[in-house]
Design a protein around this ligand. Structure first.
Ligand SMILES: [Zn+2]
Length: 555
């Protein structure tokens, strides 16, 4: 029978409570980890049904995950309001795909006078289509839900001070959540604003970013933003150039083997065509081109490898190419090539190379600029010690936007240009990092202030179950009246199943109402991060919760 509309309004009381009563919860926990999931925190999120993520169904945050995100959202909002931020909410596809751009347009349309500066606009929204990395678990890739901030300040110095404050605020937030991240110099990208950029890196093998760090002096940067500190060129006399027959040696590896030389004694030339002109990149033979660095040097254009006809036009011979003797090309040299001597380079003649080629003597680079991929063990730019490569997740990003800004009138009525900066706090990635950081073998262990609930209340079956259920129903009502967020496990399941789910969900306090405890005058309580249960009298529960939920240390 189809119910009448009027009947739908008269829902029984239990339906109004449904979200936190497990008997009413449509999403059931999973016993097994879904196939292909490598990281325990992510596996617990899927098993605990915080998150639904299957091909064809998209990604959904289910009730527990949505609650954790709401808690994180509140913390992010508090922090931005404390910095003087004003919250707005975007509408429509365009604004949602890249919220910072919408905020920039909003600020530019509004700010006319020095009296409106500084202005900090922020929004809590999904977006991030500008982030190019593929997603691994919860890290990287669009569309991530989070906080987006845009600031307009009178001067670039003011903007830089503000961005430093924003970095501090977000690092403090992470520390509060028990996560240890660090800001590193980033290769830009979110806003492509052409200014300095930093990302908040949280080291973890699931992370989508590569970060290099120096353990001796603390230098750290995203791999595509790192510049190694090459030692000075060796004190070696420059030998005269000499052709050498190298039949069939068309790769660096073949060439090095043929001449019994290490690849670092060869010169590599890589050709791209940019706006119809051939760009020859030269670097030491053992290095590879970092295309992200090249794209940044080209103002965001992705370079296209030159075709064979294009090479022929400038006089380059594939497999035997070098910048020596080319015409009509632009040559960029990496410092790795400039700080080497007497290299083997292509002769631009089939079957021949040149011995003792020296950059600056045998060809003139139009520009010396860093574009080689940084490798593990490369020298630190500050202290020369070996750099280490680590995987890290990007939890936040802050950028100076040199290309953004609009005119305003200063105190004297003269036109000036304001400076802009932007930031993104990726709350979904932070949730993922917390799951990896805060768990044990049984499940998640959320810090109290962002947990999906304060209390996991459950009853046990068997003799006396009816009385226990009555007490638990009362207790559930009381908890809600007192403002505690409770999940009530009122399912007709075995004790083992309920305890397992309580551990899996990671709610900070478990309260068990059972005959044995009631006979002893109370309810059994257990903190998620402790092994033992305790008996707490019914009227002492409020005090216990206040103490435990406020006192939970972050690990
Ligand atoms: Zn160093």
């Amino acid at each position: 029978m189809i119910p009448q509309v009027g009947e739908l309004y008269q829902l029984p009381e239990t339906h109004l409570e449904a979200p936190m009563r497990l008997s009413q919860m449509p999403f059931k926990t999973l016993r097994e980890t879904p196939a292909g999931v490598d990281f325990p925190g992510y596996a617990f999120l899927l098993r605990g049904r915080f998150l639904e993520e299957r091909p064809g169904r998209g990604r959904w945050w289910l009730p527990w995950g949505a609650e954790v995100l709401r808690r994180l959202e509140d913390l992010a909002r508090q922090g931005l309001v404390a910095l003087g931020g004003v919250e707005v909410l975007p509408r429509g596809e365009r604004a949602w795909s890249a919220p910072w751009q919408g905020l920039a347009a909003l600020a530019a349309a509004e700010i006319r006078s020095y009296r409106q500066l500084p202005t900090l606009l922020f929004t809590l929204a999904a977006g991030g289509q500008d982030l190019p990395a593929p997603r691994r678990g919860l890290f990287g890739g669009p569309p991530a839900f989070g906080a987006w901030a845009f600031a307009a300040l009178r001067t670039a110095e003011g903007r830089d001070r503000f961005l430093a404050g924003l970095r501090e605020e977000w690092e403090r937030l992470l520390t509060r959540l028990g996560l240890h991240g660090r800001w590193v110099e980033a290769a830009g990208g979110m806003a492509n604003g052409g200014g300095a950029a930093w990302l908040l890196a949280w080291a973890h093998p699931a992370g989508e970013r590569e970060v290099v760090e120096c353990q001796a002096c603390g230098y750290a940067a995203e791999r595509a933003a790192a510049v190694p500190g090459w030692p000075e060129a060796p004190d070696e006399p420059l030998e005269p150039v000499q052709p050498v027959a190298t039949p069939g040696a068309t790769t660096i590896a073949d060439l090095a083997a043929f001449l019994h030389l290490p690849p670092s004694r060869t010169l590599k030339a890589v050709f791209y065509t940019v706006e119809g002109r051939v760009l020859c990149l030269v670097l030491r033979g053992d290095r590879t081109v970092d295309e992200a660095k090249v794209a940044r040097l080209l103002g965001g254009q992705v370079p296209r490898p030159s075709a064979e006809e294009e090479l022929a036009q400038v006089g380059a011979v594939a497999g035997y190419a070098s910048p020596v003797g080319l015409r009509g090309v632009t040559v960029w040299a990496d410092p790795s090539a400039m700080r080497a001597r007497n290299l083997v380079a292509g002769a631009n003649r089939e079957g021949f190379h040149l011995l003792h080629v020296n950059p600056g003597r045998d060809f003139q680079p139009d520009r010396v600029v860093d574009f080689a991929r940084v490798e593990e063990g490369d020298p630190c730019p500050h202290c020369g010690e070996a750099l280490r490569l680590v995987q890290a997740a990007e939890l936040a990003r802050v950028e100076a936007l040199e290309r953004v800004g609009s005119p305003y009138l200063d105190e004297e009525g003269k036109e000036a240009q304001w400076a802009a900066g932007a930031g993104h706090l990726n709350l979904e990635a932070i949730l993922g990092a917390m799951a990896e950081q805060h768990h044990d073998a049984e499940g998640l262990c959320w810090p109290a202030e962002v947990a999906p609930a304060d209390v996991y209340l459950l009853t046990l079956g068997g003799p006396g179950a009816e009385e226990a259920e009555g007490v638990a129903d009362d207790l559930y009502r009381w908890l809600r009246e007192e403002g505690w967020r409770a999940i009530y496990d009122d399912r007709p399941e075995r004790a083992g199943v309920k305890f397992k789910d309580a551990d899996l969900l990671g709610v900070p306090v478990r309260v068990t109402v059972a005959r044995r405890g009631l006979e002893a005058g109370g309810v059994e309580v257990k903190a998620r991060w402790e092994g033992d249960t305790r008996l707490v009298p019914r009227d002492g529960l409020g005090g216990y919760l206040a103490e435990v939920l406020r006192g939970k240390p972050n690990t």
